[in-house]
Write a new protein. Sequence first.
Length: 614
Amino acid sequence: MSGLCGWFDPERARTANPQVIASMAEAITRFGGSAVRSACAPYGAVASSAASGDADIFQGDDQLVAVWGCPRFVDKGVTGPAQRKEVARSLAQGYARNGTQVLTALTGAFALAILDGRNGKALLAVDRMGTRSLCYTTAPGKLVFGSTLDAISAFPGIDCGTSRQAIYDYVYFHMVPAPQTIYTHRQRLLPGTFVVWENGRLQTAPYWEMRFTEDEKRPFPELKERFVALVRKGVADSVQGDRTGAFLSGGTDSSTVTGMLREVTGEAPRTYSIGFEAQGFDEMGYARIAARHFSARHHEYYVTPDDVVGAIPRIAAVHDQPFGNSSAVPAFYCAKLAGEDGISTLLGGDGGDELFGGNARYATQYLYSLYSDLPQAVRKGIIEPALSVLPAAGIFGKVQRYIASASLPMPARYDNYNLLERLGPTAVFTDYFLDTVNRSAPASNFAEAYRASHARSLINKMLALDLKYTLADNDLPKVTRSCELAGVDVRFPLLHDDLVAFSARLPANQKLRGTRLRYFFKQALNGFLPDEIINKTKHGFGLPFGTWLESHPALRQIALESLTDLKKRQVVRAKFIDELTAVHVKNHPQYYGTMVWVLMMLEQWLKQHRISLN
């Protein structure tokens, strides 16, 4: 529906070719058909498109600039005049004077490309949270880029080789973590980073990093006033006229956004919720509580197994690499419901968990830390020897299992329930495939990201890790692509840069107080949100795929056909697939259903993108 793309060729070996940039642009607009703006020069070309109007292009003397999104300038003295409709021109001026330092003056959601034909340089960058995607690759003497990998594939002569390591990492994480992509010679920019291409060489570096202030003391009333004002500002900056609505799952984040949308507009917000006719998965009751509380014009849709069957190939097609988060399906139907109601922009509540400590695993890791933080002399010299002579059953067995998990170093114990590791890579993959990958790479990269966090406390280290792996690599692409498929734009008010900065300065014990999740967030919104929302147990937007897999013939058929085709690719063992579908899913449908979904979507993605692994 929207994005940007282009190429840079300072040697001017490829003359301006409107047909090539048009083909690349078609890949970023094929699901929405938004109008495209493009510009060509002897040294390159750019194109940008956005249904909401958040796309801009500037062409000057030996300079091309493309912007996708809605960046704002925080220091007009650095950038020069900065009218929103001339953001690309302002970027061109700022870059000419300050080089990559111009990025530090930007805030908001964006991806951008600046092609400097005079000096033979190109700059690519994305926003601090990675809400907008940008990928790139090099060809002899050229830099090719696009907000989707599919746009890059449309450039003539680009290598489309598939990375087997990325396939392994996909099954491990259920997505392909940046900067890696599914293609061997293409990378995706990490949040808050830029890449400069000059003389055939790439330089990648962060222009912004999340840095936590862990010991700042401020009174609660002051913190609350600032927090509420920033949430309101995040929503206000995201509103796009009277065609703006909100996702409403009934959780804390979406309910907060809904309430603030009412305050900002002074009108009853238009909200959209998804339910499931499956025990333990439906949270429509909480969505209705929030809708009544804020007098919303509320809309509901119950997703059926037939809906899932219809969505599977479409979800695979809209993603530019394999994506295994099944909640993309309800996100799509929710956005579709909104689009059919005339909504052009939806507000999502994503980011609140990763900024303010809302995931249940944070409380679990706190409980483990009570043991792991004990002096080693106490753990190894007293507790563990005493337990070793006691029976491994009943309460003593539980204690021993707790100690075994708590004794694992972070972040290994954070990822201790990884499905692939539990099943065993050698049981899942063929020997031929495993010989071509590094099995330790996913855990190693995960640990490296954990160590690189600028944090001292356990909670902030986990939040920094999740800002990448859970939010930027998973949840944001899920919601963005699902909305793109539905023809609706999406914005994330809780990821407003000022609110992100506020969360970084919030004391660690205000995020997680013992096992109490989102301590400050809930205290600050007490009285604004309904008590039922404040006190509810964290649930999520999950799909009852495993449950439906056994009871719905058409859903089972598409899953089995996909896995049968996957067998032929010599990636996953045929024996494992047979046992997975015939035995494991029957005994534990939700647990093993996750692996069925991940493998099914891998095959569906390969099929939709016409990719052979031979």
